[in-house]
Write a protein that binds this ligand. Structure first.
Ligand code: OAD
Length: 251
């Protein structure tokens, strides 16, 4: 794979790299994306399930969907894209992943500095008292899980439609975007705000913005480079480039 001289030289000199990921990076692990040809949007209306009012109206239905997604996400593995990012983290003074995904695959691949903007499907908490619950406990309960302390409903720790992003994760993400020398946007349609504003924040603060996607998106006209292809193919090649171009700093 051939990369532009600009990207090669930026990678050689970068102190701080930030990577913003969306559902596309997990597609090669078998997690359906939200939009696109086989997106889950086609099979049902997510706004009927992924919002607090729907949950209160019909917790059984919402939990049926989340138990299905927990099982799916628990049964898959990180792919070459996730693994390459975990390796890249070791090669830069500052390296952050900002993800919109709830599948925990970045951490499972070994990435350490991960900011989760939309929560994590492996965590759950009581809407009454805030007590947290492990998946093992949740999956054993037949009906919509109830808190063992206060009896209120337990929900997955993910951001639903109409809810605010977790403040600490958002602030860390903005900081990571602002300090990036290179900002990669990987496998996201770049249409869901405020997350989709982060590449623009990075660019405004001077970052070199590189998009990796199988097709052009709303971000493409603003990116310094668009690398068209699968993240599971492109990211391992970028890691190879880091290994060769940053060799002297590692040895
Ligand atoms: P989308 O499903 O909107 O976009 C997935 C993107 O990945 C598309 O642009 C695809 O072209 C691209 N893609 C698919 N396979 C790829 C591959 N192998 N390599 C590279 N790119 C690939 O998913 P998101 O942008 O993540 O929010 O969606 C953003 C948010 O919308 C989600 O986090 C979710 C949803 O509302 C919440 O649930 C709060």
């Amino acid at each position: 794979m051939v990369f532009s001289p600009s990207l090669i030289s930026k990678l050689q000199r970068a102190e701080s790299v930030t990577v913003f990921t969306g559902a596309g990076i997990s597609a090669e692990s078998g997690v359906p994306t939200f939009r696109g040809t086989d997106g889950i949007w086609k099979k049902f209306k997510p706004e009927d399930l992924a919002n607090f009012d729907a949950f209160i109206r019909n917790p059984e239905l919402v939990w049926e969907w989340y138990k299905y997604r927990k099982q799916l996400m628990g049964s898959i593995q990180p792919n070459a894209g996730h693994t390459a990012l975990a390796e890249m983290e070791k090669r830069f003074a500052q390296f952050a992943i900002i993800t919109q995904n709830i599948d925990n695959l970045h951490r499972r691949a070994g990435s350490k500095n991960v900011h989760e903007l939309h929560g994590n499907v492996e965590r759950n908490y009581c809407i009454g008292c805030g007590k947290t619950f492990a998946d093992e406990e949740i999956m054993k309960m037949d009906k919509a899980p109830r808190c063992t302390s206060c009896g209120d409903l337990v929900r997955p720790d993910v951001v639903w439609f109409g809810e605010l992003l977790p403040v600490d994760q958002w602030q860390k993400s903005v900081s990571a975007a602002e300090r990036a020398d290179i900002f990669f946007s990987v496998g996201t349609s770049s249409v869901v705000f405020p997350a989709a504003s982060l590449p623009h924040t990075a660019k405004g603060a001077g970052a070199y913005v590189v998009e990796i996607n199988i097709e052009r998106t709303e971000l493409s006209p603003f990116a310094d480079e668009v690398l068209l292809g699968r993240s599971g193919d492109i990211l391992p090649n970028i890691l190879k480039l880091c290994r060769s171009s940053r060799m002297s700093e590692q040895n």
